[in-house]
Design a protein around this ligand. Sequence first.
Ligand code: CMP
Length: 149
Amino acid sequence: MAERTLLVIKPDAVQRGLIGNIISRIERKGLKIIALKIMMLTDDEVDKLYDIHMDKVFYPLLNSFIISGPLVAIAIQGKNSVKIVRKLAGVTNSPEAEPGTIRGDFGVDLTKNIIHSSDKPERAEYELSVLFKEEDYVSYSLINESWVE
Ligand code: CMP
């Protein structure tokens, strides 16, 4: 199975009307979206998604921000998709992110940093399992696929 990753469009980006712009960047890169949904997360779901950060000092702020409004969860599949989506995202702290990246173009803050993306394939599978069921994934070919990979 080709590598999968999770990209979350966070509540700040949803409220600012950036969903379309962010999805467009995934599409024009040649990546394939295999599941997508807009949703409100519960406190418990945020704890699961960010289990590795739960004992950090910034966690209460992160949790309350993530539950503050709807987010868009996107499952993406393709060769090297984890690394590619991380590159499209830019570094975590928005003020440090290069122009041309998603956070570099839209973010000014560390907590309200527009998106989340998984940092390694094993982590991607775990995070995807928090937000999606296996039956949510759609298996299909894009007509330009052979021209991309
Ligand atoms: P994200 O990629 O969603 O992963 C964890 C999030 O915690 C991160 O983006 C930031 O929004 C948030 N965060 C807040 N403070 C920090 C910090 N000091 N270091 C790393 N992440 C932080």
